[in-house]
Design a protein around this ligand. Structure first.
Ligand code: ATP
Ligand code: MG
Length: 395
């Protein structure tokens, strides 16, 4: 057993000593068998949540109605979920009713893909009811049971298929892929936040092109915000080879670029995807910067206003899209920019009041902006004495 499982072993043993079953399940088992690093260890058990709480001293009711209790042990915490079946899937979304069961087999049956439906017991034996090991070996993503039915139960699983494909560099098995192609419109029933979570995980994977290509080919993209009728444009994203996105902001910017969106259209697309404000603002600014560089506009003040933090992302995107420009000129201009924002100025509003001998008022803001711009444009260095001098001689 890998170290992460070893550490959690006392938890499983305590549950078994109390007369119940407990197993490692889900992503950690899959990743362990693939030899990948494990992030969170999920445990499934025949014990009901109340019974788990009776066994351990320190627990948190994480999602009691879904059967999940977090057990705290030393510095570690483990999510323990009671075996369950799900029923009453309405509107192709998550089930409205979960039923706790005592059998592992029933629990594994409700899981999305065979590679995610493996369990490991305390002795390290793998329980494999759906040939998940074979599929891991063949690098295949295959729905547990009838793919069509499984996607009707929860349409998000279709997005999960392409996400795992990108993360693991796997292929979606033929029938499962066919069922996605047949049921892609069901994605419209799913909350955009849930789609986005899978989409972003896909885009930030090493093999994102593989997942993204199927996301387009199987028509999932047609049912995502702002992507309808855009598959030809989105395909352009696949052209630059061997590229990995630095972060979510950069991935969105690349999308805005191939979709040829203007500032407002891109902002709207990101709002429709419900991305965080922070990511939305950074992505919009990065796209604007990309357009500046495309036009060989390296004005330091323009760059500064769009965020010095977005520079690296933008330069990489230029390389990715083969945008050629005078890198030397850009490099010269950006070394001038010695501050990231107004807070980095070596002088405060209070200092300005003292230097000019005035009371706080609009003049302070004006002087501040003047100094900020002068520093960014390289007309004065950012130290107190030089700034004081500049201020007094530019009255
Ligand atoms: P990750 O590495 O992203 O954590 P994971 O496989 O652990 O991957 P989770 O979303 O954490 O994925 O879910 C844990 C497990 O729960 C999955 O391995 C799968 O067995 C099951 N599962 C999660 N979401 C679904 C779903 N929508 N339908 C069916 N089973 C699911
Ligand atoms: Mg997980």
């Amino acid at each position: 057993l890998p170290a992460d499982f070893q550490e959690a072993l006392p938890v499983l043993e305590a549950i078994e000593q109390a007369g119940y079953e407990a197993y490692f399940v889900g992503g950690s088992v899959r990743d362990h068998i693939l030899g990948l690093p494990i992030h969170d260890v999920d445990i499934a058990t025949s014990a009901y949540p109340e019974e788990i709480k009776g066994i351990f001293k320190r627990t948190i009711d994480t999602g009691i109605q879904h059967g999940t209790v977090t057990v705290l042990m030393g510095d570690d915490s483990y999510e323990i979920t009671t075996f369950r079946t799900e029923s009453g899937y309405q509107d192709f979304r998550r089930p409205d009713k979960v039923t706790f069961v005592r059998s592992l087999a029933d629990d594994l049956k409700r899981r999305d893909f065979t590679i995610n439906a493996l369990a490991v017991d305390v002795k390290g034996n793998v329980i494999d009811k759906f040939d998940g090991l074979k599929d891991l070996d063949k690098k295949i993503i295959r729905a547990v049971g009838k793919a069509e039915e499984r996607f009707h139960e929860d349409a998000l699983r279709m997005m999960r298929a392409v996400r795992f494909q990108a993360q693991l560099d796997f292929t979606v098995e033929r029938k499962t892929a066919q069922a996605i192609a047949d049921n892609a419109p069901l994605l419209e029933k799913i909350a955009v936040e849930r789609i986005r979570e899978e989409f972003v995980k896909m885009m930030l994977s090493n093999s994102w092109q593989i997942g993204f290509a199927d996301f387009l080919k199987l028509k999932l993209s047609e049912y995502c915000p702002g992507f309808k009728g855009q598959s030809a444009e989105l395909t352009e994203l696949l052209e630059p080879q061997n590229k990995v996105f630095l972060d979510e902001d950069q991935a969105w910017t690349a999308i805005g670029f191939v979709l040829n969106l203007n500032h407002n259209e891109f902002n709207k697309l990101l709002r429709n995807w419900k991305v965080s404000n922070k990511t939305r603002e950074a992505s919009v600014n990065t796209l604007n910067m990309l357009h500046l560089f495309e036009n060989e506009d390296f004005d330091p003040w323009n760059i500064y206003k769009l965020g010095v933090d977005n520079l690296e992302r933008t330069i990489q995107l230029c390389q990715m899209f083969g945008i050629e420009f005078a890198y030397e000129t850009l490099r010269q201009k950006i070394t001038q920019i010695s501050i990231k924002n107004g807070h980095d100025l070596a002088l405060t509003g209070k200092d300005i009041c003292e230097i000019l001998g005035v009371k706080p008022g609009p003049i302070i803001g004006k002087s501040m902006s003047q100094i900020e711009r002068a520093v960014v444009e390289g007309n004065v260095s950012n130290n107190f004495e030089d700034l004081r001098h500049y201020l007094l001689s530019n009255q």
